[in-house]
Design a protein around this ligand. Structure first.
Ligand code: IMP
Length: 439
């Protein structure tokens, strides 16, 4: 029986993604025996520096970059095998040992028709679109939940099962794709189940050595007292159950998804670190109460280089929403906050943080985890003095200007969780750890 495992750590985003989880996971990976992805797919973007070269990872757990560490893709992930193979090849070409990757036989496969469906649905919905990454995430999870035609990684090495499932999927999808294409004015061609099956079998041949039952693997590691690092993709406000639905992704992208997405008991999760930017960003559609559509927003976007790793889209930018942060810290059971990009806020006379919302039902300090309710909320701001100094050279709390420390302290007092590290630049060294904390 697996008991609690104080050695395991979870890293999750507390906002709408892109909080800088990658940098923290890179710092932590070396101290863990495996880095485990539990949700999402190639919609996630994670920039890592390998041998002085920046590499954008989408599916690969960053643990494979740490010497000796295992990278595990859990059952809750949807895997685009073509994207995974291209990441493996790219990393191998840079001298990274990618043989320490294990992929769950139960992880669902993103097939070419999922990307076609994602694109067509977005075109068909036009004004009502989610603004997805078009990586086929929603349609792949939909097939998983719809059951009959959902293809799992283990099926890629079972030709008869694979052919049957893909043939069934194509029968259903050809009807929908033709109809949606005609209505959206997009030209489509009929899916060929044989061609898709052959492609799937080729992926299976290539990935077979990495496909395994990761549930037994992870539980055995926990029993042996090994340290696991659960790496959240996307972020809590995009969680399908607890985010700003329907403007969310299709998985449980908070720490709540770890257990279902890996097959380890919830009590095996030791410490939960919530990563949060010093301001807010969002990509895609959906409400964002503190969004700045003015020159302040443009300045933060440029200074923070707020352009998507996966799609290159400019990110929407806004003041820090503490109402949202307190909610996401609560549902994740966050033990500590890793605050990122504080340096980006230098140079403003005044900073603002949102501490409540005005809504048609009155003022509230509760988050509204429903897109259509949140859209009616307007932020109530508290003004905080800004700081002029450049923070990129600061390496300790004492070196931070008083106003920057006060900003951090306001976050701690409102959210009720200590800030244990502060990012002041993109490099690993540009991080301030609270005294006595080993991150
Ligand atoms: P999907 O996950 O591609 O279906 O996209 C659904 C929504 O989640 C869109 O608004 C995307 O922009 C957003 N999204 C998905 N993954 C990420 C991420 O890793 N960072 C930021 N936004 C994301």
């Amino acid at each position: 029986m697996v008991g609690s495992n104080p050695n395991s750590t979870a890293v999750v985003g507390l906002q709408w993604g892109d909080e800088g989880k990658g940098k923290l996971v890179d710092r932590l990976a070396g101290e863990h025996d495996a880095t485990v992805r539990f949700n999402g797919g190639a919609n996630a973007g994670h920039s890592v520096v390998v041998g002085g070269k920046r590499y954008a990872l989408h599916l690969m757990p960053s643990g494979v970059l740490a010497p000796g560490g295992l990278g595990v893709i859990g059952n809750g992930v949807v895997v685009d095998p073509a994207a995974l193979i291209s990441e493996i090849d790219g990393l191998s070409a840079q001298g990274v040992d990618t043989s320490r990757l294990v992929v769950s036989d139960r992880a669902h496969v993103v097939l070419p028709y999922h990307k076609i469906e994602d694109e067509l649905r977005e075109a068909f919905l036009s004004g009502g679109a989610i603004g997805t990454t078009k990586r086929g995430i929603g349609p792949a999870y939909a097939d998983k939940v719809q059951r009959a035609a959902g293809v799992r990684m283990g099926d890629l090495v079972r030709p008869d099962v694979l052919r049957e499932k893909i043939t069934l999927a194509c029968r259903i999808k050809n009807v929908a794709i033709k109809e949606m294409g005609e209505r959206a004015g997009v030209e489509t061609t009929a899916l060929d189940p044989e061609a898709i099956t052959s492609e799937g079998l080729a992926w299976g041949e290539r990935l077979a050595p990495m496909i395994d039952d990761t549930v037994y693997l992870l539980n055995a590691m926990i029993e042996d007292g090994k340290r696991l690092l659960f790496e959240g993709a996307n972020a809590t406000l995009l969680d399908v159950d607890h985010g700003t639905y329907p403007f969310v992704t299709s998985s449980n992208s908070s720490a709540l998804g770890i257990s279902a997405g890996t097959g380890v008991p919830a009590r095996a999760i030791g410490r939960v670190i919530g990563v949060m930017k010093s301001y807010s960003t969002r990509v895609g559609s959906g409400p964002m109460p503190t969004e700045l559509l003015d020159v302040t927003g443009d300045t933060i976007r440029d200074r923070g280089n707020e352009y998507g790793t996966t799609t290159g889209r400019p990110r929407r930018v806004g003041w820090l929403d503490l109402v949202a942060a307190r909610y996401t810290a609560m549902i994740n059971g966050v033990d500590e906050i890793a605050l990122t990009l504080l340096d980006v806020l230098s140079g403003f006379d005044e900073l603002r943080v949102c501490t409540a919302y005005e809504t048609p039902d009155g003022r509230t300090d509760r988050f509204l985890p429903d897109g259509w309710r949140l859209v009616e909320a307007t932020p109530v701001y508290e003004s905080v003095p800004g700081f002029g100094e450049d923070l990129t050279g600061c390496r300790s709390m004492d070196e931070l200007p008083g106003e920057a420390r006060a900003y951090v302290e306001r976050i701690e007092s409102y959210v009720g969780v200590p800030v244990r590290s502060i990012g002041v630049g993109p490099d690993r060294e540009q991080t301030i750890d609270a005294p006595g904390v080993a991150i």
